[in-house]
Design a binder for this molecule. Structure first.
Ligand code: AQP
Length: 329
């Protein structure tokens, strides 16, 4: 069975709709068709400053949202990145195979380095850690949003570079990026991706938002001065984004959604979308809140996940150490 693996950072109290549609919905589908591994990336989170208490809390909250969205620990291996030391071990080896210029060219690094006053080395080496996350488990496919495509390309290059230099060791993974839902845009600025670090929360739908808040954000989404509902990401980015989100929640392909709203006003689409999103996210929110009432049970589930993940990660890192010539103990 093909192996799917992906992670989400523990950097907010709630995941947003971009994380949900671009990544988490794919995770839930793939757990039935793949040998599935999903982790909470708390090591990636500290590439920018995090409050320790908050990070611990958000790690559990992210795990609860994984389950709340429908991941099943019986089907998927769900774990916390820092529970598996091999991520850091392999990351070091891969950093030594990565060119400085290669890392500096990553657009995420350039963006974040531009925004943050203090730029850590971790922000630069982030993609080597991400490559380690993936290659440790010999993943075949990595379901992510479009913003991670460049990092995945680097992961593939590093896998090939390692295999070429030291002998066949790593599976070269394929990106699992869905064409239409790979990038969800900010509701207030539909040319920018929906993001945790957006200046205003008004353009970001958090999946744990209260129904009223959620509906209000959709209803005040920026569209354009035209009145025609059509899918045209270049010319009508706001409306197209709403159609994409509607399609992701309803399961109806975009042309079907466009037909459904043919001749209607923008207001219709916004109200229908708000209702659909509220109803789709309600069970996710309720399950997540329930799970958060029992943190000990969540911790137990993560412990089991870590045991399963460790068994694979340790086999890979042993082979890697052998291949690079580290003396065995
Ligand atoms: N807007 C998006 N549309 C589609 N997919 C998205 N992803 C993130 N934003 C969008 C995907 O979500 C997964 C987890 O991403 P992450 O843990 O790296 O989260 P992030 O990138 O920190 O989220 P943000 O909001 O983008 O944070 P900032 O603002 O800090 O950069 C990934 O698969 C990602 O592609």
């Amino acid at each position: 069975q093909s192996r799917s693996l992906s992670g989400i950072q523990a950097t907010s109290d709630s995941l947003h709709l971009g994380n949900y549609i671009g990544a988490l919905q794919q995770f839930v589908e793939q757990q039935d068709t793949h040998d599935a591994f999903f982790f909470i990336a708390n090591m990636h989170a500290i590439t920018v400053e995090q409050d320790p208490t908050e990070l611990r809390d958000r790690t559990l909250r992210t795990a609860a949202q994984f389950l709340g969205a429908g991941l099943d620990p019986e089907k998927s291996t769900i774990f916390v990145q820092s529970h598996i030391p091999a991520h850091a071990q392999l990351s070091w080896v891969l950093e030594c195979l990565t060119g400085l210029g290669e890392a500096q060219r990553m657009t995420q690094f350039k963006d974040k380095a531009g925004k943050n006053e203090h730029v850590s080395l971790g922000l630069l080496t982030y993609p080597a850690l991400m490559a380690a996350d993936i290659l440790l488990y010999q993943a075949d496919v990595v379901p992510v949003g479009e913003d991670q495509r460049q990092h995945l390309e680097l992961t593939r290059n590093l896998a090939e570079r390692f295999n070429h230099r030291y002998g066949q060791t790593f599976t070269v993974p394929e990106p699992g990026i869905l064409k239409e839902t790979a990038k969800i845009y900010d509701l207030q600025d539909p040319t920018a991706k929906m993001s945790k670090s957006a200046p205003s929360p008004a353009g970001r739908i958090d999946i744990l938002d209260e129904p009223k808040v959620l509906a209000k954000k959709f209803k005040s989404a920026v569209t354009d001065n035209d009145t025609v509902i059509a899918y045209d990401p270049e010319g009508k980015p706001g409306v197209s984004n709403l159609l994409t989100i509607y399609s992701a929640f309803s399961g109806t392909p975009i042309p079907g959604v466009v037909a459904e709203f043919d001749g209607k006003m923008y207001g219709h689409l916004k109200v229908a979308l708000a209702d659909l999103a509220v109803e789709s996210l309600r069970p996710v929110r309720e399950r997540t809140q329930e799970l958060l009432n029992d943190p000990a049970e969540l911790a137990r589930m993560l412990h089991i996940g870590a045991d399963k993940a460790a068994a694979i990660a340790e086999t890979t890192i042993r082979e890697v150490y052998e291949r690079v010539g580290f003396l065995s103990r």
